[in-house]
Design a protein around this ligand. Structure first.
Ligand code: ZN
Ligand code: FE
Length: 257
């Protein structure tokens, strides 16, 4: 049983790199670093030594710091076997259901195609925490660059089944815009209102609005709620419509928002 200490580092315009530190062994991962310098500075501030990079997918704003960080620290890069050719510096190739240890903290890998075909997420059941890259955002989800709405909906259904207290560590600060869109979908959802109010307070104080929790996202994020009658109705569909089709319409409207 090893609980990670998690530290979000804001980088670029709206990305987060998460440092995940196992106090028992000192092992420390950086999730999705697009740049090296702010990560090295945060490590120095904390007195932590980088042992791993965890890559969720191949986009530049998630992997462009891999090689420099690896050279600076000698860390190992973990990424999807399916996407090994697109993950710079990859050392450890993983796939659906694989588990590995970050120090003493067990991690389980889940494949979540949709945003990209090779997207994976890392679930740490002891903390519990989920590093979900660009699959799930607070009150939103990633754009479909390499997958169908069916792919993404199945990926999101898989994630929403994780325990309510799971920290949802997503890779972008999109909560405010996502919240404005979500309000158009479910005007009367009290969980949504509460999450927007909380995020607004955090952002106004200059703090990250994330991590969220899976319990909050399940109750408030319209993209996890395509099978809720009110959400189908909000996009002009019959309650009981195929949730993947409701999801596709939500995603289409969000792209145009
Ligand atoms: Zn991406
Ligand atoms: Fe991204």
């Amino acid at each position: 049983m090893s609980t990670l200490v998690i530290e979000p580092i804001p980088v670029l315009s709206d990305n987060y790199v998460y440092l995940a530190h196992d106090p028992e062994t000192g092992a420390t991962a950086a999730v999705d670093p697009p740049v090296a310098e702010p990560v090295l500075a945060a490590l120095a501030r904390k007195g932590w030594r980088l042992s791993h990079i965890l890559a969720t997918h191949h986009h530049g704003d998630h992997i462009a710091g891999n090689v420099e960080l690896k050279q600076a620290t000698g860390c190992s890069v973990v990424g999807a076997r399916k996407d090994a050719a697109r993950i710079p510096g990859i050392d450890i190739e993983v796939a659906e259901g694989d588990s590995f240890l970050l120090g003493a903290a067990p991690a389980v890998v889940m494949e979540t195609p949709g945003h990209t075909s090779g997207h994976i997420v890392y679930w740490f059941p002891d903390t519990p925490a989920l590093f979900c890259g660009d699959t799930l955002f607070s009150l939103g989800c990633g754009r479909l660059f390499e997958g169908t709405p069916d792919d993404m909906w199945s990926s999101l259904v898989k994630l929403r089944g994780l325990p309510a207290e799971t920290l949802v560590c997503c890779a972008h600060e999109y909560t405010a815009t996502n919240g404005r869109f979500a309000r158009l979908v479910e005007r009367d959802n009290p969980a949504l209102k509460a999450r927007i109010d909380q995020a607004t307070r955090l952002l106004a104080a200059g703090r990250p609005s994330v991590p969220s929790t899976m319990g909050v996202e399940r109750a408030a994020n319209p993209f996890l709620r395509a099978d809720v009658p009110a959400v189908a109705r909000a996009v002009g569909m019959d309650p009981g419509s195929d949730p993947a089709i409701v999801f596709a319409e939500l995603r289409r409207r969000r792209n145009a928002f």
